[in-house]
Design a protein around this ligand. Structure first.
Ligand SMILES: [Zn+2]
Length: 306
């Protein structure tokens, strides 16, 4: 997700759910009350944790080498995140891996960079964070990040970390939620962090303006399914801890969404006509989160039309 300063306890209020010249308006209203946020860890075994606060779900490996952190939420939460990690184990945050560039996953980079953490991400994360990012859908600009917040190691492909006795595999995927997504798999601990390529029980935000599209989202779900087994602990970008069955269900629903939208595109229908046709109504998605169904359709269509 992308909303830097607009989340309130994981909930977004939209000023307008209407369409703005073919795009959906995602202007968000609330200032974040970070004081009220608690960082809640879940023990996944083998020194791995999922931590929930406000923003993207965190993953962490804690052990004798220190801390390997996957995503870092918002800047005002860094002290709370470090304190929560300090209760689990000792040592510094040696590495931060950003699953993608959005500020609810990389907002702590500046603070952690200043204290010596090595920030690592897909090449396109650094590219996007290095310059202002204007979103027409949200009618707002995310300013370029200071140098200290930028990834100092970038990759395009796969990279492995040997840390705390584990092989932590970071895998680039094709454009999905954005054009710079990574997923993280630790085979011996059977933990998989999907970043925002997987929203568990939420309408997935597919950021077409950052190069995302539903075809890539489906492909990443399939990649995750190929890595996971019946006992894999799957950390979604947003939503509760998940299983392979949950990931399979989300995949199957995304395929149905794609087919429902593609068939209407193929008939020559405009975005407005497709939205008015309520293409999701018969799909029984059961999703919640911060997007309304019509916003999800509009955003997803933007990615499909390219
Ligand atoms: Zn995101």
């Amino acid at each position: 997700m992308i909303f830097h300063s607009s989340m309130k306890s994981g909930f977004i209020s939209f000023v307008s759910a209407g369409l703005v010249s073919g795009f959906i308006s995602l202007g968000a209203a609330f200032a974040q009350d970070f004081d009220a946020v608690e960082i809640k860890p879940t023990d996944l075994g083998n020194g791995f944790y999922m931590l929930m606060g406000s923003g993207g779900n965190l993953g962490a490996s804690v052990g004798e080498d220190g801390i390997f952190l996957i995503d870092d939420q918002y800047a005002p939460l860094t002290d709370k995140i470090v304190a929560a990690l300090g209760k689990i184990g000792s040592g510094d945050v040696k590495y931060v891996l950003n699953t993608h560039w959005h500020g609810d996953h990389s907002g702590g980079n500046e603070n952690l960079g200043k204290t010596g953490s090595v920030i690592v991400a897909h090449r396109n994360v650094r590219v996007r964070m290095s310059v202002d990012q204007f979103s027409k859908m949200r009618d707002r600009t995310t300013p370029a990040s200071p140098d200290i917040a930028l990834p100092v190691v970038t990759f395009d492909g796969n990279v492995e970390f040997y840390f705390n006795g584990h092989k932590i595999e970071v895998k680039s995927v094709e454009a999905a939620h954005t054009d710079g997504d990574s997923i993280v798999f630790i085979k011996d601990a059977n933990v998989l962090h999907m970043g925002d390529t997987f929203f568990h029980t939420w309408y997935p935000f597919i950021d077409a303006e950052s190069g995302g599209n539903i075809h890539g989202m489906i492909a990443v779900h399939e990649k995750g399914l190929s890595l996971a087994d019946g006992t894999t602990k799957i950390i979604p970008g947003h939503g509760p801890l998940a299983t392979k069955a949950d990931l399979q269900e989300a995949h199957d629903k995304l395929v149905n969404v794609r087919d429902a939208l593609q068939s209407r595109i193929d008939k020559g229908m405009s975005d407005e006509e497709i939205i008015a046709d309520k293409p999701l109504e018969s799909l029984d998605l059961g999703w919640g989160g911060f997007l309304k169904p019509e916003q999800f359709v509009a955003i997803t269509l933007a990615g499909m039309r390219g």
